[in-house]
Design a binder for this molecule. Structure first.
Ligand SMILES: *Cc1c(COP(=O)(O)O)cnc(C)c1O
Length: 478
């Protein structure tokens, strides 16, 4: 055998765990001093340990080539780990899931005015709880509560961290150690961790279920309202639809029963719209003001669903009841921070000019985006996408159905368009692998994977996102 053969076998030789350098020795290698200067010693040591642990696993499995232990290879791998760890864990992504209000992607995007208001509240002291007129202590909810009351016709309003908190607060304030009456058809679970019976338990109220799964009548409520009843709760079944032989009691009728028994009626509206969405061609969603007018004493809804604002739980209703919510200790625990209040005020102010809403609120803009504009975008992107994906995949432009998301209007399909990717040959690389490669891009792209296709619904891709996507497609490693 000649020397060539020896050299080849050395390079291809598998390294064993005993070949791994120690942490201390690695840190003295050339290049590491600069890395430590840039990122700090603890970060580099953490990265070195993680890399050595990963290499040890491969060495034990006999799959670690000796070349991976060359100084340059080690420095490159550890530098990569340091910069990955340095990158923010909350990253901008491109939402091509077709779900506009995607709970896992942070729901509503804020309008520019709200973003500016948040920046101000971050940079400078603000009169969060300070009355500039009197120079005395003020109420942090005052501005937002006034706007909410004005927009819904309610006497008063209060705010907490999210709608789940609003429900717990209402239950704890009005029905602790007593009974809350709810229709069986409305005992909902939302997105995994929100189950109404669990909320009742933590709030310390006893759940009295009335009616049956599919039908609940006024008489069912009447029968259940005993001496320990403290609250009637009506829940908008936002994330499911009941069809067929069903019956529910309307808010107006329920309000009459509540009044007759001198009990408050609380309505959890879920998404809750401040304006009638049908005027934009969207499916109907209960309008908060209508429910107030129908006689609900308290109505709760989310800030970051159809309203298009920041995460918040909003409660509007009778002044005396809102005052009681505000005096409850949980209100203090659930209260909003200044950044959210600043954003919320800016968003609510936009609702004062309903004719401009469609241009001003990103959520609404995305929901009503004309399908022609989405299709044109698909036509612009199809070729660059096909080129980036190579021959293993086939890209077509197809009609798709977007969803509102966040449990709102689960039944409604919003006609959309997008790129649909399928495998060119059955034995080729999988669609799951492609979905992973898209998520590994500098600005991760989130599609919707079905059995036979990866759908990239373009409804939520704005002009800036389109530029970002086009610019990074070259880095895709399908
Ligand atoms: C979304 C929703 C909730 C929870 O609201 P969050 O703001 O996410 O806490 C509660 N009830 C209904 C009916 C909902 O749709």
């Amino acid at each position: 055998m000649g020397s060539w053969y020896v050299a080849q076998t050395t390079a291809l030789r598998a390294a064993g765990p005993g070949d791994l350098p120690s942490v201390d020795r690695l840190l003295t290698q050339p290049g590491f001093a600069a890395l430590i200067r840039g990122a700090g010693r603890p970060a580099v040591v953490t990265a070195v340990r993680a890399e050595l642990a990963a290499l040890r696993v491969r060495a034990l499995g006999g799959s670690l080539p000796a070349a991976a232990l060359e100084p340059e290879a080690l420095l490159a791998a550890i530098t990569r780990r340091v910069s990955d760890a340095n990158r923010s864990q909350v990253r901008a992504v491109i939402n091509l899931s077709g779900i506009v209000l995607h709970s896992n992607l942070g729901r509503a995007l804020l309008p520019d005015g709200a973003i500016a208001a948040v920046l101000t509240a971050m940079r400078a002291p603000v009169n969060l709880e300070f009355d500039l007129g009197s120079g005395k202590r003020g109420d942090r909810d005052a501005a937002v509560a006034g706007l909410l009351a004005g927009l819904t016709g309610a006497e008063a309003a209060t705010t907490v961290n999210n709608n789940a908190a609003a429900i717990v607060l209402m239950l704890a304030a009005f029905a602790a150690r007593r009974e809350t009456v709810v229709s069986r058809g409305e005992l909902i679970e939302i997105g995994g961790s929100f189950r109404l019976p669990d909320m009742m338990r933590v709030a310390g109220t006893k759940l009295i279920e009335v009616g049956t799964t599919n039908r609940t009548h006024l008489a069912d409520y009447e029968r259940a309202l005993g001496p320990r009843a403290a609250l009637i709760l009506k829940v908008h079944p936002s994330n499911y639809v009941m069809r067929g032989f069903t019956a529910a009691v309307a808010t107006r009728e329920l309000a009459r029963v509540a009044r007759a028994h001198d009990l408050p009626l609380a309505v959890d509206l879920g998404s809750g719209a401040l304006v009638d969405l049908q005027q934009y061609g969207l499916p109907p969603e209960p309008v908060v003001g209508d429910v107030v007018r129908d006689g609900a004493d308290l109505v709760s809804f989310s800030g970051d669903k159809l309203l298009g604002g920041p995460q918040a739980g909003l409660v509007v209703g009778r002044r005396d009841l809102i005052d009681r919510l505000n005096r409850h200790p949980l209100k203090r625990a659930f209260r909003l921070g200044k950044l959210t209040l600043a954003a919320l005020e800016a968003v609510l102010k936009l609702y004062a000019k309903p004719e401009q809403l469609a241009e001003q609120i990103p959520t609404l803009q995305l929901l009503i985006r004309p399908v022609g504009s989405i299709r044109a975008q698909a036509e612009r992107l199809a070729e660059p996408m096909a080129a980036a994906l190579g021959t293993a995949y086939v890209v077509t432009i197809e009609p798709l159905a977007s969803k509102v998301g966040s449990g709102a209007q689960p039944d409604a399909d919003l006609p959309s368009h997008g790129l649909v990717v399928r495998r060119a040959v059955r034995r080729g690389p999988s669609l799951a692998r492609l979905a992973r490669a898209l998520r590994a891009l500098p600005t991760p792209v989130i599609g919707r994977l079905t059995d036979a296709a990866l759908c990239l619904d373009l409804r939520c891709l704005d002009a800036e996102g389109e530029c970002t996507l086009l610019a990074e497609l070259g880095q895709l490693e399908p």
